[in-house]
Design a binder for this molecule. Structure first.
Ligand code: HEC
Length: 490
């Protein structure tokens, strides 16, 4: 209406001028897109020049408006993380107005200088650089590959890791990477000795004795807080999982990883636990199946450094909150549009202090219907907890520091499950004898998780009613164990 009166069309920025590429949009694209969308990086095409961007303006506009790009999963307001890749509302409005206004170029004089992407290690001279043993061939087409490379760290003494930087060898095919430690040398038994690697979907296929974290495109390396470090036991192997995404052409990759060790022993070690229920069932066809973990109560004060949720292909949404003893809720993370292909370890901008008695709650939603394009089953079928492609998981890795070593031990002993050896002389098996003993005790660990999950009244036994809650699909497996361990109430 106004446009008729005034005789011209209004831009969506009400009475403002239509933004131009040179003045308004290029700075946004340089800041939020070019890092990945340039030759030699992960994006499927370059977004550098006016031509690159204007010819796909509508498509890019949709991706930006729907938050699909940049690929940043955590919702705003649920944890504030390092390296957040998110456009401000103003930047989004500018982009939308530019697209709606037919994507004008404007005056080339306004164009800001293009960013320079520094080469070399960003944290300085590393203590050790690890290279994938042999160039790995990624075929032109086919399914995504999850390849695990097993690399001895050759440490003759224990070390504390204070930082790392992953460098993809071929950004066209390296989609993301997760780095595990293995001091029991279990992964060596799985690998093909010729390539020192193996491929597998879901989990690594062994119980890691530690984890360094994950790398996703766009993540910038940073050092752990001063005085802290991650424990690496001597003789540990590093197991690097790389997710390869075929590019349409045959490619090879030889990625590298730089490690930075503490110069002096750290005052505190970082410890991680995996919060996970082991047994749950997702009915076939259900599009909004909710799984909630039993709330975990923190036995000691902790400072949370990072969080990394994990589900498989049916995962749709995951939310983790901490409820303080005074009832106040602190959102730890919310991923509303889970994508197996974009998993990350998210580091808090300001580490979060949680006092003893805080309760951590996790809620996940799964879509096991035909409306989930990633559903591996056609038609959908009942899916249970497990490690394979077609199984599901619900895990959340939380990494913390504590005030004292004793506190860390208590934290790692929480039900839910520590992921391995976190500090010297830790509560975990270390000598071959202890490891053999631990294998025998595996039943005990499973039992601990089971009781934590199903012993609702916490009397130390499962009553008839509590047994009803055990998933039908797993009951035959679980009941004999419960019987042998004297945990059934008759
Ligand atoms: C962290 C790296 C990264 C950043 C930052 C990034 N992209 Fe992407 N983009 C990718 C990757 C990788 C793909 C390929 C698809 C995938 O793996 O999800 C992609 C795909 C796309 C696609 C094609 C999607 C499709 O369905 O075919 C568009 C369009 C796109 N990006 C636009 C943008 C825009 C616009 C920005 C900035 C506002 C941006 N991207 C920022 C990595 C990135």
């Amino acid at each position: 209406m106004t446009s008729l009166l005034l005789g011209f069309t209004l831009s969506p920025l009400s009475l403002g001028e239509t933004p131009t590429w040179s003045k308004d949009v290029a700075p946004i694209v340089y800041k939020h897109c070019l890092g990945c969308h340039r030759t030699g990086s992960v994006g499927p095409f370059e977004l550098r020049t006016y031509k690159d961007v204007s010819r796909r303006a509508d498509f890019l506009g949709d991706m930006v408006a729907s938050n699909k790009m940049p690929p940043w999963k955590p919702e705003a307001g649920h944890g504030s993380f390092k390296d957040e890749m998110r456009l401000s509302d103003k930047e989004k409005a500018t982009f939308a107005a530019w697209v709606a206004g037919d994507a004008p170029e404007g005056d080339a004089k306004d164009l800001p200088p293009q960013p320079i992407f520094a080469k070399g290690w960003k944290l300085g001279q590393p203590d050790k650089v690890i290279t994938i043993p042999k160039p790995f061939d990624v075929p032109a087409e086919g399914k995504d590959i999850y390849q695990y490379f097993v690399i001895p760290l050759e440490l003759t003494q224990d070390e504390a890791l204070v930082g790392y930087e992953f460098e993809p060898g071929n950004a066209k095919v390296v989609h993301h990477s997760i780095m595990y430690l293995d001091h029991t040398h279990s992964a060596r038994k799985i690998m093909d000795p010729k390539t020192q690697s193996y491929h597998r979907f879901g989990g690594p296929g062994f119980v890691p004795t530690g984890s360094l974290g994950a790398w996703t495109p766009g993540a910038r390396p940073s050092m752990l807080p001063k005085g802290t470090g991650r424990y690496i036991k001597k003789e540990s192997d590093l197991v690097i999982q790389i997710h390869y995404h075929p590019s349409g052409k045959p490619e090879t990759d030889q990625s590298r990883l730089a490690l930075y060790y503490a110069k002096t022993p750290p005052e505190q070690y970082v410890g991680s636990v995996l919060i996970r229920p082991r047994y749950f069932v997702i009915p076939a066809g259900e599009s909004k199946h909710i799984v909630e973990t039993k709330p975990i109560r923190l036995p000691v004060d902790v400072t949370v450094l990072s969080i990394a949720p994990h589900m498989h292909l049916l995962g749709k949404e995951i939310k983790v909150i901490a409820q303080l003893p005074n009832g106040k809720e602190i959102p730890l993370i919310w991923i509303r549009d889970w994508d197996f292909n974009w998993q990350g370890s998210y580091f808090y901008m300001d580490p979060i202090d949680l006092p003893a008695g805080t309760v951590i709650k996790t809620k996940a939603i799964y879509n096991n219907s035909t409306s989930n394009p990633k559903n591996p089953n056609h038609p959908p079928k009942v899916v249970t907890w497990g490690e394979e492609t077609t199984d599901e998981m619900l895990m959340c890795l939380i990494s913390v520091i504590t005030k004292t070593k004793e506190d860390m031990k208590k934290f790692l002993e929480m039900p839910g499950g520590p992921i391995g050896s976190m500090m010297p002389g830790s509560v975990f098996p270390e000598t071959p004898e202890e490891i053999a003993e631990a294998k025998k005790n595996r039943g005990k660990i499973i039992l601990q998780t089971l009781m934590w999950q199903f012993d609702k009244n916490e009397d130390g036994f499962l009553s008839r009613e509590e047994i009803q809650e055990l998933p039908k699909e797993n009951r035959d497996q679980i009941l004999p164990l419960l019987r042998v361990m004297g945990k059934l109430k008759d």
